[in-house]
Design a protein around this ligand. Structure first.
Ligand code: CTP
Ligand code: CA
Length: 221
């Protein structure tokens, strides 16, 4: 049975979503990265599209297919992700789900060969895409970050919301079996306080979040 299409409260809205990891090259054949399947970000893009938003999904290297009705831009590094986000503006809402590598390496032009001593990696901090967007004159009206934490989840997420200038932080407890899995322990941290969400799968977290976004943005004028 086909369900009816349902209401489209995000019609006329542009939503920007980042998803997946970034890969920071060490040399032409090696990289450092965060652990991320991209599932939560892709589910979020799909849920926003199903509420009628025009969705731009900036995706790091993942093996997921593009949700229906979503414009996908593939990137590899954090810098490329930052550039793609900038290019996609303006947006009414941005949801930064990507697990961006915090550091990059000044990459070697040729493959590093095994020698006697292991090479030292000199790490340089990557741009913080979410914090940069928060300070931008083209800041989306609603700016949402994700925080994957292994301890003191709400405390870290609350600090992150303020430090980065996000409106909301979706705090994810990854101390259990979340990475690459389907179930999420989620708190929503807003200026109004902290909500504990039911433990549901990533698609359901995405649908709950998309609904909340639609409520917050209201109807376009
Ligand atoms: N983020 C980002 N750009 C970065 C790092 C993070 O846009 N260079 C975004 C993520 O997409 C996420 C939020 O910031 O929405 C929080 O990321 P997280 O890694 O939890 O925060 P960090 O400030 O990097 O702190 P930590 O030391 O815990 O990694
Ligand atoms: Ca980080």
């Amino acid at each position: 049975r086909r369900l009816s299409p349902g209401p489209k409260p995000l019609a006329g809205r542009h939503a920007l979503v980042t998803a997946g990891p970034t890969h920071e090259p060490i040399d032409p054949v090696r990289y450092i990265a965060n652990r991320s399947s991209g599932k939560q970000g892709f589910a979020t893009a799909a849920a926003l599209a199903s509420l009628g938003a025009r969705v731009t999904l900036v995706a790091g290297p993942v093996t997921l297919s593009t949700p229906a009705g979503v414009d996908r831009i593939d990137v590899e590094t954090a810098q490329e992700m930052a550039d793609a986000v900038e290019t996609a503006l303006p947006a009414d809402v941005a949801v930064m789900v990507a697990a961006v590598a915090d550091w990059r390496v000044a990459p070697a032009a040729q493959k590093v060969k095994k020698g006697e001593a292991a090479p030292e990696l000199r790490l340089v901090e990557n741009p913080d895409i979410l914090a940069g967007l928060a300070r931008s004159p083209r800041r989306p009206a609603l700016l949402i970050g994700f925080a994957a934490e292994t301890e003191r989840v709400v405390e870290h997420a609350t600090a992150k919301r303020l430090r980065k200038g996000a409106d909301w932080i979706v705090a994810n407890d990854v101390s259990g079996d979340v990475m690459g899995g389907d179930s999420n322990a989620v708190h929503l941290v807003t200026a109004a306080g902290v909500e504990e969400w039911p433990r549901v799968n990533k698609a359901e977290v995405a649908r709950l979040l998309a609904r909340r976004i639609a409520d917050a943005l209201g109807n376009p004028g």
